[in-house]
Design a protein. Structure first.
Length: 575
């Protein structure tokens, strides 16, 4: 999508619109329907495609490229990974020793050009083209891939008859396809890649900002080659098809290294692969970058300054618990302390911290590792997860004997964590006197800053929101957080935000993620109630009396600040 500001400037400067009324309506429709303005204007014959994109090229001082009758070599085509070409409408049409010539329907998409520069080591020289011309270029792209697919089909047939999967996995076409899938996932900022076999084809999906998105569909004939290629990269058994396998490998694009954690399981139509992306150069985030508001952040900072006790981070799988713990460890990582961690798996390497990976096959579990750590003169210990009574008891005793212990637990909110530990067999008085702080969290999507717009809730949405939170509670929450603007005295007058959808966010309206948090800081009254076997609901009421924000309240404040949307808060916090 061409940014609306540039589009309006081009249309006005070159007088491309004859009917201003229709043009104005097209702009309203684009916003209301969350669609591309160019697509709507061209569909309604308000603009002429060729004239528009010729003038966009002129306005931006770029060459306009036509693909009718133009041949592009397969070597040049392959400089841009197939998924990137399809999703971002960009193709390489020529190259020199130092430059790669790119044609784009949105020449302002600098991120795509930068990714190609890093991948190829060549300087991008950008030209503009129209959607019709781009379809012609992508047709040549598909023709090239179809030829490769034919080669792969032949090689797969040969491999199937000879049983030599290694041979087909090392053929250049399969290597190119797998590399394209991996590289494009890195570019899109995906956290996971899903390779899913079906009866007649193979689907590739990426998890981006917590939501799975379809990326491409490949012929069934590629299945054996792709699975074999991933197994070779991850050093797994090629001839094992009926048992789950786990592995790991790394790739490097320019100076950036990314580790892939691989899980393969047998399914009805073959073997499904899920790869978790772990960027090795990723730096630990600060509490502000993680999304902590001032009050919860101060509570966490107080807790990590204590020399002993426990800090627990809770939430479901994929809620960012490990990232929060790594950020806390980075704050604590000083030359004067000995920090040891036991994890499953080690996701990020932190210099200056002793990190151990559990290995149940040889009896190295969280519990046995924790016992061994206590003989290693630690100041701070991180246990990847408290899964059983033994690990819980050792962790609590370590916290009592002068160590600061960090760990995670699977509970839905912060107050539920306390009865959960008691249910695991830890005596209430030990729970009460060793826990310093509990952080419950979820991850939600941030509104894309490139297409963010203001809006006021309609009557139905207001009623839904009031049912969940209560009108007075919402207004008081916003007043206390200091996020109300002048004149916002009722819920009807409050401005919220949403993403319209653009090329930068792949039309989703969201780009990036941050956490919403529920931080329960221990005090004498909560300690007393734990010893009296109080329920999670009773503990929650007391914690709220002392100022604890629930996750939904934390999220609501962030929605009012324009960081996320109301619909995203309701999606993530619904029970």
């Amino acid at each position: 999508m061409i940014p609306i500001k540039i589009l309006e400037d081009v249309v006005k400067k070159y007088g491309l619109v004859k009917d201003e009324g229709k043009w104005g309506q097209a702009k309203k429709d684009a916003i209301a329907q969350n669609k591309d303005l160019v697509e709507i204007a061209l569909g309604a014959n308000i603009l002429d495609e060729n004239a528009l994109f010729l003038k966009i090229a002129e306005y931006l001082g770029l060459e306009f490229v036509s693909f009718k009758g133009r041949d592009i070599s397969q070597e040049v085509i392959n400089l841009v990974p197939n998924p990137l070409a399809l999703t971002h409408n960009v193709v390489a049409y020529d190259k020199t020793k130092s430059e790669v010539l790119l044609a784009m329907t949105d020449p302002t998409d600098i991120e795509a050009a930068e990714f190609i520069r890093r991948k190829t080591g060549l300087e991008p020289k950008i030209a503009a083209t129209s959607p019709t011309e781009m379809k012609e270029a992508l047709r040549m792209y598909r023709t090239g891939f179809e030829e490769e697919f034919k080669i792969i089909q032949e090689k797969s047939a040969e491999a199937a008859s000879s049983g030599d999967l290694k041979k087909v996995a090392e053929e250049l076409p399969i290597v190119n396809v797998v590399n394209s899938i991996l590289e494009h996932a890195i570019y899109e900022g995906a956290s996971d890649i899903h390779v899913e076999p079906n009866e007649k084809e193979m689907d590739i999906r990426y998890r981006i900002d917590g939501v799975l998105r379809p990326i491409m569909t490949l012929p069934k004939s590629l299945q054996n080659g792709i699975v074999a290629r991933v197994k070779i990269l991850a050093n797994l058994k090629l001839d094992e098809h009926m048992a789950p396998q786990d592995g790991r490998f790394k790739i490097q694009i320019q100076n950036d290294r990314t580790a892939f954690r691989v899980s393969i399981i047998p399914v009805y139509d073959g073997e499904k692969i899920v790869m978790r992306l772990l960027p090795e150069g990723a730096k630990s985030l600060t509490l502000d970058q993680l999304g902590f508001l001032e009050q919860p952040k101060q509570a966490l900072e107080r807790a990590i300054k204590k020399p002993n006790g426990m800090i627990l981070v809770t939430g479901p799988t994929g809620s960012g618990k490990t990232t929060t713990l790594y950020s806390i460890l980075s704050m604590l990582n000083q030359p004067g302390v000995n920090i040891s961690t036991i994890e499953d798996p080690i996701e990020y390497r932190i210099k200056g911290i002793n990190q151990s990976q559990i290995n149940p096959k040889v009896g190295f579990t969280f519990a046995t590792g924790l016992r061994a750590f206590l003989r290693q003169d630690p100041n701070i210990i991180m246990v990847g997860e408290i899964r059983d009574q033994e690990t819980a008891e050792i962790s609590v005793h370590a916290a009592m004997t002068g160590h600061l212990v960090l760990s995670t637990l699977h509970t839905n909110d912060a107050p539920t964590t306390l009865p959960r530990l008691i249910d695991m067999g830890v005596p209430p008085f030990l729970v009460a006197y060793t826990i310093n702080l509990i952080v419950a969290q979820r991850l939600l999507r941030k509104i894309c800053t490139f297409c963010k717009s203001e809006f006021k809730l309609d009557k139905n949405s207001l009623n839904e929101l009031a049912k969940v939170f209560g009108v007075e509670k919402i207004l008081n929450l916003f007043k206390q957080a200091g996020v109300l603007k002048a004149g916002e005295t009722s819920l009807e007058e409050i401005t919220f935000y949403q993403g319209a959808g653009c090329a930068k966010c792949n039309q989703s309206g969201y780009k990036g993620r941050l956490g919403i948090y529920e931080v329960l800081e221990m005090n004498n009254e909560i300690t007393k109630k734990i010893n009296e076997h109080a329920t999670a609901a009773e503990l929650k009421t007391i914690a709220q009396k002392f100022g604890m924000l629930t996750m939904s309240e934390d999220g609501l404040i962030k929605a009012k600040m324009g960081i996320t949307s109301i619909s995203e808060i309701l999606r993530v916090t619904k029970d």
